[in-house]
Design a protein around this ligand. Structure first.
Ligand code: NDP
Length: 391
């Protein structure tokens, strides 16, 4: 029986709260806190069991620590924004609470995400006997667990990994992002980067692309991006020679993005508008649909997985491990679209494994450092079944 504090009442926060509420034998008490209390109340009203809600500013560690000292949670699940990761880790250290998130820290004034800031907390978490689990969403998250599972059961050495994220759904808007628009656009407008032969190789933004035939979805054009899970996987996967990350985009999405970039609306530095400093990307975010609001009419499926090449017992082997998720089915279950769902379910599972003691450790961990088997078993049980294809 554990108490969990969920911070962030957006698309992902809604799913985490629903999924924790579905496991009352583990999450006996839930508190959902966010900047806008009404969003917490809206999610609370959808649930079959009571939870507490609170207003909190996650940028203020003292405020969060005070909330935790009152509520005394066993775990904080951070599904606010990556900007809040460090302040929430500070709050956990002060209140003596375990920590979990789904996206690594990036400074608000620079589009540069990296684990280095959070890995620097290892000694402090260890000294307090606390555990922090980083990146327990789908990618990062499930993709890291797929790598650990492939390494444990299918390969002696993994030589190449292609992580492929395909959303073949349709939400009916001319342009919208599936998770927080500011974070999403910062990520995909950066130069691409992949790791080969022991070093990082940089490409132009969305410069490298190819088609892949995704099971249950069909062929889609996918684009090489830099993505955060690669930063830890290059350290933790044996014999790795190459790792790349790909994401699918449609032509219309890319055309809109190109125009927005060309007119300067994706800039993250403040510009003066009628004497007031305005960050164009934040302004653009305020015009775009809230990702949670896309859910109701979303149709189609996602397919996210990892294609592995390597050797087992001296023979070459190639396998694809993936999950297919249906937007409309997610809406029926938890009033969310599949991107929020595929992020929120693994956050709940990571939390469940921590509070039940199946995953324990002192310090700061990425998911591939822990035993993948209980996580894989829980994915099947909680709505994200996976498939392994030998290729
Ligand atoms: P949303 O923008 O929908 O939700 C973010 C929520 O956090 C909002 O409710 C927002 O409040 C709240 N929030 C923001 N700042 C603060 C603050 N200072 N104090 C308290 N609450 C705050 O985003 P998503 O739900 O789409 O994404 C949530 C997280 O999940 C992001 O970090 C994203 O990067 C990550 N993610 C991870 C994925 C993965 O696979 N690993 C995939 C998709 C997302 P308000 O409503 O007031 O703005």
């Amino acid at each position: 029986m554990a108490k969990v504090l969920i911070i962030g009442a957006g698309g992902v926060g809604g799913v985490v709260t629903h999924k924790c509420a579905q496991v009352p034998e583990v999450f006996s008490e839930i508190i959902l806190a966010s900047r806008t209390l009404e969003k917490c109340e809206k999610i609370k009203a959808q649930l079959p069991r009571p939870i507490e809600t609170a207003r909190v500013d996650a940028d203020r560690p003292a405020e969060v620590a005070a909330l935790m000292k009152r509520f005394r949670p066993d775990l904080l699940i951070n599904v606010a924004l990556p900007y809040q990761d460090l302040s929430l880790m500070d709050a956990c250290l002060e209140a003596g609470v375990d920590y979990l998130d789904t996206a690594n820290y990036e400074p608000p004034d620079e589009a540069k995400f990296s684990y280095t800031w959070q890995w620097a907390y290892r000694d402090r978490f260890r000294a307090k006997g606390l555990m922090a689990l980083l990146g327990s969403g789908f990618d990062p998250g499930v993709t890291n667990v797929f790598c650990a599972y492939a390494q444990k059961h299918y390969f002696d050495e993994i030589h190449a990994v292609d992580i492929m994220d395909c959303n073949a759904g349709s939400h009916g808007h001319p342009f919208a992002t599936n998770f927080n628009p500011e974070i999403n656009i910062r990520e995909i407008t950066q130069p691409g980067r992949y790791w080969e032969g022991g070093r990082w190789i940089e490409t132009g933004p969305l410069e490298v692309h190819r088609s892949f035939d995704f099971p249950q979805v069909g062929p889609r054009e996918m684009y090489l991006l830099y993505h955060e899970e690669m930063e830890s996987l290059v350290n933790n996967i044996k014999g790795l020679k190459r790792i790349r990350f790909w994401m699918t985009f449609g032509e219309s999405y890319l055309t809109h993005l190109r125009v927005l970039e060309n007119v300067g609306l994706t800039r993250i530095d403040p510009v003066l508008y009628e004497g007031h400093p305005v960050v164009p990307l934040k302004f653009l975010k305020s015009l775009l649909p809230d990702p949670a609001s896309l859910a109701e009419n979303y149709t189609g499926k996602t397919n996210i997985g990892c294609l592995f090449e390597g050797v087992k017992d001296g023979k070459a082997r190639r396998i694809y491990i993936y999950n297919v998720c249906d937007h409309a089915a997610c809406y029926r279950e938890v009033k969310a679209q599949a991107i929020s769902y595929t992020t929120g379910v693994p956050a709940m599972i990571g939390g469940l494994l921590m509070v039940t003691g199946a995953w324990r450790g002192q310090g700061v961990f990425n998911l591939e450092e822990l035993d993948p088997d209980p996580f894989m078993e829980r994915l099947n049980r909680h709505g994200l079944p996976w498939v392994i294809e030998e290729r």
